[in-house]
Write a protein that binds this ligand. Structure first.
Ligand SMILES: CC(C)(COP(=O)(O)OP(=O)(O)OC[C@H]1O[C@@H](n2cnc3c(N)ncnc32)[C@H](O)[C@@H]1OP(=O)(O)O)[C@@H](O)C(=O)NCCC(=O)NCCS
Length: 177
């Protein structure tokens, strides 16, 4: 775990760390806690290698050097949430947020919005003007959350296969002030 990330939170008692492959075991625990999200998305529970695979999964023309996974920790150093992202994707002015998840018992109390805002402040120091992401149509709560964070729907994609499910996606973007 690299403690040198400068993602800062306006919250005491919590910290954000840059996760590296050696942290796959603790990230896997979070994936399993978020099993309902895997069922919603893929129609199946997270695979036993879901966290390890996350460090390797990159879009075409990107490398693992472009991937940044951050963990939100409490004061006892327990991982409560994660943000996975790709720098300068799909274009140079954009940072792509691939996934954000909080452990179910940590949701709905403002932690997610503080975590996202800290991430966005960090991204803005890299000369990036926009954050983009996609949300599956079935994830109404996720869509509300991103709208609350100031994202706008740019387009809807044709249906795409996820595990044993098929979803249309909302592609959303937010311009960083
Ligand atoms: C989406 C997620 C990261 C949000 O984190 P969170 O800590 O629960 O969100 P917050 O408590 O900071 O909520 C921020 C705002 O979003 C809104 N919001 C959050 N969850 C909501 C829900 N279930 N229904 C409606 N609005 C919701 C709240 O109204 C809140 O606004 P408020 O501060 O004015 O009350 C978290 O719920 C999660 O991990 N969900 C499962 C995975 C997922 O769907 N990820 C997003 C797709 S990538």
């Amino acid at each position: 775990m690299n403690d040198s990330t400068s993602v800062s939170l306006e919250l005491s008692g919590y910290s954000v760390k840059h996760l590296v492959r050696e942290n796959a075991a603790i990230l896997q625990i979070l994936y399993e806690q978020c099993k309902e999200f895997a069922l919603l998305t893929d129609g199946e529970p997270p695979s036993p290698t879901a966290a390890r695979d996350e460090f390797d999964a990159v879009p075409e023309n990107k490398t693992t050097q472009d991937k940044y996974i951050f963990g939100l920790f409490d004061s006892r150093n327990v991982l409560l949430g994660m943000i996975e992202s790709i720098r300068h994707y799909p274009d140079n002015k954009t940072w792509w947020l691939g996934l954000m998840m909080l452990a179910p018992e940590q949701r709905g109390k403002g932690l997610g919005s503080q975590f996202y805002k800290g991430f966005e402040r960090w991204v803005s120091t890299h000369g990036v003007k926009q954050v983009s992401l996609s949300v599956i149509e079935a994830n109404e709560q996720g869509l509300w959350f991103w709208e609350k964070m100031g994202f706008e729907v740019i387009r809807k994609t044709p249906p795409r296969q996820f595990g044993v499910k098929t979803h249309e996606l909302y592609v959303m973007s937010r311009t960083i002030d």
